[in-house]
Design a protein around this ligand. Sequence first.
Ligand SMILES: *Cc1c(COP(=O)(O)O)cnc(C)c1O
Length: 385
Amino acid sequence: MPKRPSKASPAYSPADILKLARSSIQALKPYVPGRSIEDVKAQYHPKQIVKLGSNENPLGANPKVLKAIAKVLPKISLYPDGSSRVLREELAKYCSAKDGAVSADEIIVGNGSDEILLMIALAFVKPGERVVVSENTFSEYEFSGRVLDAEIVKVPLKEFRYDVDAFAKALAKKPKMMFLCNPNNPTGNYITHGELEWLLKKTPRSCLVVVDEAYGDYATEKDFPRSVELMRKFPNLLIARTFSKLFGLAGLRLGYGIGAAELLRETLRVKTPFNVNLLVQTAAVTALNDKTFINKSLSVNSKGRLQIEDGLQKLGLFYLPTQANFICFHVPRPAVDLCEELLKRGMIIRALKSFGLPDWCRVTIGTREQNAFFLTELKSALQRA
Ligand SMILES: *Cc1c(COP(=O)(O)O)cnc(C)c1O
């Protein structure tokens, strides 16, 4: 191992760094990820570990996808298709069947939907312009705005739901962009088609509205927004989705955006040349066409939701209704402590302090066995003072 240079002689002094780096990035907080299995193993050595902390697909990797990746591995010395043409065409087919006609030039792909959100901000948000985000939501919206030196306007939730009235009021500040997470991470609830349409009617075309539907695949309520239909009526609506949850590809990184071709053409100007790698382009096409895996994932989720809701109810814990693959529940003591207690037992869930909800936890809906383990360990952790 090479020796680390001594701390006594840093290459740059803190004052030098402040002069060198953009001052606005000093306020950026690193993304707080869920705890990893390796990390918990090393710290507590539990007999087994169940991870329901990051909303990943509990079925694990899709065997058909693994096969498809193995087939393409010999080609990794070659650059992938920078425009991901085949993948975007397959996505257009998939979305057209689900959402109504979408063409390949109305789709962009990125290294996770995180990159989609960032590219949209990079293309449209100018320094000093305003970006509206909600409190108690996914942190990447605020991050995307701050990186561009935008002014962040935050609106609170109302009764633990996104408050479209508050978003409409924030329009008085003439924002350039609004981000909505639907269903919301971490509360799991959603804004309806009518609410989104109402907000879009009030929003001038000079303000882009980005809905992040990372969990939209799981939504079953009839009045969940038909966002592609709304995009036809309101071309300032952009939709972000991901392969990290339902499709089980979080580790490979793929997200996509749907929007007016004119807006996406501008977004593509800031894209790095090969942002979506060869393996995931192949994996995603296979995953999209594997209806068996998709349907099994959805059915495990709907059964698991009932199982966890029933278990939380028996423990006397309050939870929010969910349209996603996780459940947000209230706990009678600091959630960080409770989650640490669960880690010792090999159970990884998420304390929501970093989302501004210190008395709440979020558990990913798992398989029948994983959910049972979670409920057993939760009960025993709660019994410890
Ligand atoms: C998990 C998640 C994503 C997906 O992010 P990727 O970068 O595609 O892995 C996006 N938005 C929200 C709200 C999420 O919870």
